[in-house]
Write a protein that binds this ligand. Structure first.
Ligand SMILES: [Zn+2]
Length: 348
C-alpha cells in the first residue's frame, strides 16, 4: 500500500478588509519574533511605516529595487541573519523575490498581495531572471497568505481582470490535462483536478457586474489560492496551466513588451475553450460581464502576434501534450482566431 500523500499547505490564510493591521498579532500567534518585511517602491511608500510600530514582533522593513537576478537574491539572502520569517507585500515581483529569499534560507514565507492579477501569491514557483532570461524557478508554497481586500480594491480594475483571466484558465488547463492522460502522456491527479475545478466553478457563480465589490474580490482571491494549492498537490502546474498558458509564454518570448500575464492567458483561454469546444459560451459570458473583452480592446493586441504564439506554443513545453500539440486542433485555433466575431472586434 502507498503511504498517504503529505503536502505542505499554507498555515495562515486570511482574506479580509483591514487584515494588514493585525499582522503583528498574526505573527506573534504563530510564534515568530523577528520578521524581515520586503516592499517594492510603491508599497514601501504607502504602507511600510505603518508596520514599524509593532508590539510583539520585531519587524525590519526593506525596500527592494526591481530587476534583481536569482544570483542577487541568493547573495542578499545570505547577508541576512536572525530572522525567523520573511514577509513580502506588493505585486507579483516582490512576492517572487520574498518567496525565493525565504526558500534559499529555509525560512517560512508570508505573502501579502496588493493585487489579484494572477495566482503567483499562492503558488510554489516563482518567476526570476536566470542568465538574463525570465525563468520559472521552483521554491515552496507560502507558509501564509494575508490578502487585505481594502488594499486589493485600490489596484486598477484591469489587475482584477487579469486575475479573472488567470483563474478562468483552470477550465481549459484541466481539459488539456485530461486530453494528455487520454493520450498516455500524463497522469491526472484527481484531487488536484477537483480542487482546481471547484475553485473556478465557485467563482463563476459570483455576481460580476461590480469588480470592486469585496465579495467578488474575496471569491477571486480564494479561488486563485485554491488553484495554487492544487499545483502543490499534483507537483506540477498542470491543474491550472495548459495550452492557454503556453500561448501566453510564447507571447512573453516574442513581444518586446508583453501584456499582463492574466490578460494574455484570459484571451488564450477564450480561444482554447472554443478549440476544445468545452464551456466556451460560459467563458464568453464571464469575459463580457466583467469587462475583460472591453479592456482587451483598449490594449490593441495584434491578431498576428496571437497567430504566431499559437504556432510557437507547443515548443515551449515539448514534454506536454495539450490540444495545441495536436496539429488539427492547432489549425482549429488559427481559424477560430480569423473567424470569431468577438476576436475580430477586440483585436487589431
Ligand atoms: Zn497563470
Amino acid at each position: 500500500m502507498h503511504a498517504l500523500t503529505n503536502i505542505p499547505i499554507p498555515s495562515i490564510l486570511e482574506i479580509r478588509s483591514g487584515i494588514r493591521h493585525q499582522l503583528d498579532s498574526i505573527l506573534h500567534k504563530h510564534g515568530f519574533h523577528h520578521a524581515l518585511f520586503l516592499f517594492d517602491a510603491f508599497t514601501y511608500d504607502a504602507y511600510a511605516e505603518s508596520f514599524q510600530k509593532s508590539k510583539h514582533v520585531t519587524i525590519n522593513v526593506q525596500k527592494m529595487e526591481p530587476g534583481q537576478t536569482i544570483q542577487d537574491l541568493i547573495a542578499f539572502a545570505f547577508t541576512l541573519d536572525s530572522y525567523d520569517v520573511v514577509v513580502a507585500m506588493g505585486g507579483g515581483q516582490i512576492i517572487d523575490y520574498g518567496k525565493y529569499i525565504a526558500f534559499s534560507r529555509k525560512l517560512p514565507f508570508i505573502s501579502m498581495p496588493t493585487s489579484a492579477s494572477n495566482d503567483g501569491f499562492a503558488s510554489s514557483n516563482c518567476s526570476l531572471i536566470v542568465n538574463q532570461k525570465k525563468a520559472t524557478v521552483p521554491a515552496q508554497v507560502p507558509f501564509g497568505i494575508i490578502a487585505d481586500l481594502e488594499v486589493i480594491q485600490q489596484a486598477p480594475s484591469h489587475f482584477l481582470l487579469a486575475g479573472v483571466g488567470d483563474l478562468m484558465s483552470n477550465i481549459t488547463a484541466l481539459y488539456d490535462w485530461e486530453f494528455e492522460e487520454r493520450h498516455g502522456k500524463g497522469h491526472v491527479n484527481a484531487f488536484a483536478a477537483m480542487l482546481s475545478k471547484k475553485a473556478v466553478n465557485s467563482f463563476i457563480r459570483t455576481p460580476m457586474t461590480d469588480l470592486q465589490n469585496p465579495i467578488f474580490i474575496k471569491e477571486l482571491v480564494s479561488s486563485l489560492t485554491m488553484g495554487g494549492v492544487a499545483t502543490v498537490i499534483s507537483g506540477n502546474s498542470a491543474p491550472i496551466s495548459g495550452s492557454e498558458h503556453l500561448i501566453s509564454h510564447a507571447l512573453d518570448k516574442q513581444l518586446s513588451k508583453p501584456y499582463m500575464h492574466g490578460i494574455q492567458v484570459g484571451l488564450a483561454t477564450y480561444i482554447m475553450a472554443n478549440v476544445q469546444n468545452h464551456r466556451a459560451l460560459r467563458m464568453k459570458k464571464v469575459f463580457e460581464r466583467t469587462g475583460f473583452f472591453h479592456y482587451v480592446k483598449e490594449e490593441k493586441i495584434q491578431k498576428s502576434s496571437l497567430a504566431e504564439a499559437i504556432l510557437f506554443a507547443p515548443s515551449v513545453k515539448p514534454s506536454r501534450y495539450t490540444y495545441l500539440h495536436d496539429q488539427t486542433f492547432q489549425q482549429k485555433a488559427l481559424s477560430f482566431l480569423e473567424s470569431d466575431h468577438t476576436l475580430q472586434d477586440v483585436l487589431v
